[in-house]
Design a protein around this ligand. Structure first.
Ligand code: UN1
Length: 514
């Protein structure tokens, strides 16, 4: 069992020994099934709590309440919906410490990052509140006399959210808070690897929904295995599925949703590179490279996987990087002295080891790491040493996204060559260049530069702010979530032409006399 302070936090967040896995926002539902799953912490290997998986019976119940809640919620004025989201943001503020702690304990990211994740939730609530008064459409000049043309945005209905273990709560909020102010209701299937954080979120938001006497079905949670995700993807009653996770999972979701001509927002794998040129501020480039590579133990879709460094500074950069890696403290992520926590589970450790082996087989040279930690403090078996490998961009393993702290160092001589390598992977999420040379910076962000959804200058590949649209191209899936005008994906656009005259002129000058 978890220690006393953890027990207290779990209790405060409503986590019981065995938890219901279905919530309709204001009501928890006990599943009829008996398939129970134990959730162990990658931090210390201890059993945190269990959940009972949802079955198709509960799935139908949730769908029914969601459909009826949509009829209610879409009629609530958008700024009033924003007011509910404002209160959810405040409830999250009050619970930031505890929820961040649970995220860290359940998933293994550092406590700072756990709190940071809850902060992203709070920030997106603030963003969504403002947005609730800005769901603007355009007016367009009609070619016909005494006609008005305009665009309106209407909610879609039920939005399905499938989220991954690495951001067990924030990704839900990017989708759910925006979807909610737009007038949609949502159904969330969190990762089976980190469902307790999702349960805690629903305990937190329940108080807001109950206090405001809202009906059940606006925010729904359903925890089960991939079969629930498949059901959601096939379900015609869900016009939009937003899925975050592996490219393999995303392809499956996309096929199922596409075959019924539903919409999807896909936020899948990344293979993110930082280009460091000889004109870079080396200290900053090193800091960003290390954080991007080892933050969340390399388990962000925005993690830095490749460092493409100019030949003239390569040796200097490499030796400084290895020195920093040697100083990284690996251990319990709840201890703020540590820099790197565990991987999510032992399967992830196997994948880490296999990737290193593949890199070596292809000619890669391990510069640091390549080790699983054992002994006191590492009992969970999930702690690995962040690894640096001298590699070439075309290696098969370098072309893959490995969800672990493995970073490939690659040399270049001309910027065009570096950009070509940066783009020469299947994924297209995030990218960065470190340079103080204005021409290089602009080239990187121009049409001749990065092909990714995110292209940064003098900051790393991870840690995107919620105000920007988040997502990427190619096998990353093409979806955009969170800020900017991503809200449009959660609404349907309606073009209205209104004739306020006495005649009936036709467009394109067509005459039709009767
Ligand atoms: C993810 O890993 O799925 O930009 C999301 C970042 C975070 C979000 C990552 N804001 O690193």
């Amino acid at each position: 069992m978890a220690d006393k302070s953890t027990e207290e936090i779990l209790h405060k967040l409503g986590i019981k020994k065995v938890n219901e896995s279905i919530c309709t926002g204001v009501q928890w539902v006990t599943p009829v099934g008996s398939e129970t799953r134990k959730i162990n912490s990658p931090v210390d290997g201890k059993h945190i709590a269990s959940i009972t998986y949802a079955t198709t019976t509960e799935y139908e119940r949730v769908m029914m309440v969601a459909e009826s809640a949509f009829k209610y919620w879409k009629a609530v004025p958008a700024p009033k919906r924003g007011e509910i989201v404002r209160q959810i943001g405040n409830a999250l503020r009050e619970n930031k410490h505890d929820l961040g702690y649970l995220v860290s304990y359940e998933m293994g990211k550092s406590l700072q990052e756990g709190w940071g994740e809850v902060q992203e939730m709070i920030d997106i609530c603030d963003f969504a509140v403002g947005l609730s008064r800005q769901l603007y459409g355009l007016t367009i000049s009609s070619e016909r006399p005494e006609h008005h043309m305009m665009e309106q945005w209407h909610p879609l209905g039920i939005v399905g959210i499938i989220s991954a273990f690495n951001f067990p709560v924030a990704v839900w909020s990017w989708n759910a808070m925006i979807a909610a102010v737009c007038g949609n209701v949502c159904i969330w299937k969190p990762s089976e690897k980190a469902p307790l954080s999702a349960i805690a979120v629903h305990h937190i938001i329940k108080t807001v929904l109950v206090d405001n006497e809202l009906p059940e079905g606006i925010f729904n949670l359903i925890i089960g295995d991939h079969r629930i995700g498949e059901k959601m993807s096939k379900d015609k009653r869900i016009p939009l599925i937003s899925a975050t996770g592996s490219t393999r999972m995303g392809k499956r979701v996309s096929q199922l949703v596409g075959s019924r001509l539903g919409k999807s927002i896909l936020e899948l794998g990344g293979n993110n590179a930082i280009i460091v040129t000889e004109d870079a501020n080396l200290e900053n480039a090193l800091k960003a490279s290390v954080f991007g590579s080892v933050g969340t133990a390399g388990q962000r879709c925005t993690s830095t996987r490749r460092l493409i460094v100019q030949d003239t500074i390569f040796e200097k950069f490499k030796s400084k990087l290895v020195k920093i890696y040697a100083q990284l403290k690996i251990g319990n992520p709840l201890d703020q002295d540590n820099h790197v926590g565990p991987l999510i589970d032992k399967d992830a450790v196997k994948i880490y080891l296999k990737a290193i082996e593949s890199a070596e087989d292809e000619g890669g040279q391990v510069l640091f790491g390549a080790k699983v930690l054992k002994g006191k403090g590492y009992e969970s078996g999930c702690y690995v040493v962040p690894t640096l490998i001298l590699a070439r961009n075309h290696y098969n393993i370098v072309q893959e996204e490995t969800f672990a702290p493995i970073t490939y160092l690659i040399k270049f001589s001309r910027l065009e060559e570096a950009i070509a390598m940066q783009n020469d992977v299947k994924q297209g999420l995030s990218s960065a260049i470190f340079t103080d040379n204005m021409k290089e910076a602009h080239q990187f962000t121009s049409v001749f530069g990065s092909d990714c959804g995110i292209a940064n200058v003098n900051i790393g590949t991870s840690g995107a702010e919620i105000g920007g649209a988040f997502g990427g191209e190619k096998e990353t899936g093409g979806g955009r979530e969170s800020g900017s005008d991503s809200w449009k994906a959660y609404m349907r656009r309606q073009t209205n032409t209104i004739n306020f005259g006495d005649g009936m002129p036709l467009a394109q000058g067509i005459k039709f006399d009767i």
